[in-house]
Write a protein of this length. Sequence first.
Length: 115
Amino acid sequence: VQLQASGGGLVQAGGSLRLSCAASGNIFSLNYIVGWYRQAPEKQRELVALLTNSGTTNYANSVKGRFTISRDNANNTLYLQMNSLKPEDTAVYYCNTRGAYGTYWGQGTQVTVSS
């Protein structure tokens, strides 16, 4: 299983980006949880958003109301819509899935928000 994250880039504060994570197989529909994490320079990796296969979502307090996680099982793709971006959202973003079929990470995509 391989996860390929994309969609990062440089954006001004207040702007939007949509991250995508394409899986090489149907692991997103098999596993229980899919999610996005991020890691800023000299900081630990932190949870951004989770989505279970029953539709339950969980967001970090810092992104609630601004970010939305979703997935397209038919196309084996996970998304993170990010609106009203702030400089403190600058980080490398990683997609993840875990469950009975294993734990997998994408390679990360850089998001940089300028003030």
